[in-house]
Design a protein around this ligand. Structure first.
Ligand SMILES: [Zn+2]
Length: 297
């Protein structure tokens, strides 16, 4: 990944929080979050600076190769339970509080783990979908991952229990690396027999247009954009940073390591998101009642 030249230096925690607080004070903030926000909840960030390289699966692989699909579902059958058991961390909770206080307009997240919802954030766009829902690619029927788990357990008795939990490496999309997936039986749509897919947007797949529009609306309703825990490696997230910068909104990026949006940032903080977001909730003053109307006035 070729990275742009940063416009401003990356600041460590204390200086970074001070600069971010100055940039965001008096502004209503749209937030874009990525995997880095969930690492403190025990969900690894496979693009983080310390992560081993991992090749993400593509939509094309999923729909065209039955063996690939079998492996995918077998791993997902093990991995999703781990994601299901995770809890929000201080960063998620700080964003939910900032929304209650009227400072955060809404959250656009690239994560599929639903932790912002769990933490109490109200206006959330799950840009890349959610692990908790399953979609039929033929008839569009939507079911819960929980209901599918019961069917997969019936089709594959004892499979999930045979995989030693401690040996499993879990990925942010509820995938798990396990030794053997041979003989795993995949479930099809109960209504039409069509192919089922987690309601997750994969590489090579477009984010549905209404979802993109809902995300742009959050940025347009705000006076600034805060990026937390994303390297902005994919265009689906980077475009909101470009949009904010193009429309004169300050962009604050909090991330460990470089990002593809560094040349557009007003402030860059190289620190953990849980600490920074908690500090921002403590440090940002309440908005004056008239502030929200300045842009339209
Ligand atoms: Zn169907």
């Amino acid at each position: 990944m070729r990275l742009p030249e940063p416009a401003v230096p990356a600041l460590p925690l204390v200086d970074g929080v001070a600069a971010a607080t100055a940039a965001l004070t008096g502004r209503r903030v749209a937030v874009l979050t990525g995997a880095g926000v969930s690492t403190d909840s025990g969900i690894p960030d496979y693009r983080g600076p310390d992560s081993p390289p991992r090749t993400p699966m593509t939509y094309q692989q999923f729909v065209s190769d039955p063996a690939f699909r079998r492996t995918y579902w077998a791993r997902n059958h093990v991995g999703w339970r781990h994601v299901h058991r995770t809890h929000p961390n201080d960063g998620h909770r700080a964003l939910a509080r900032l929304e209650v206080r009227g400072l955060v307009v809404g959250v656009i997240t690239q994560n599929v783990d639903r932790l912002h919802h769990q933490a109490g954030s109200r206006r959330v766009v799950d840009l890349h979908g959610t692990y908790a829902d399953v979609l039929c690619l033929s008839c569009g029927a939507r079911t819960t991952r929980d209901a599918l788990a019961r069917r997969l357990d019936e089709l594959n008795p004892g499979f999930a229990e045979r995989v030693a939990v401690d040996d499993v490496e879990i990925a942010p999309d509820a995938d798990a690396v396990i030794a053997s997936t041979e003989g795993f039986v995949v479930a099809d749509c109960e209504r039409c027999g069509g192919m089922l897919k987690p309601d997750i947007t994969y590489f090579g797949e477009n984010v549905p247009a209404p979802r993109v529009a809902a995300a742009f609306a959050i940025v347009d309703d705000a006076d600034a954009l805060l990026v937390a825990g994303s390297s902005l490696a994919v265009m689906s997230g980077l475009r909101f940073v470009r949009h904010a910068a193009r429309t004169g909104r300050p962009v604050v990026i909090v991330n460990r390591g470089r990002t593809r949006g560094d040349d557009l940032a007003t402030v860059r903080v190289d620190a953990g998101t849980s600490q920074v977001l908690t500090a921002l909730d403590r440090g940002l003053p309440d908005l004056r009642a008239d502030v929200g109307h300045e842009r339209t006035g």
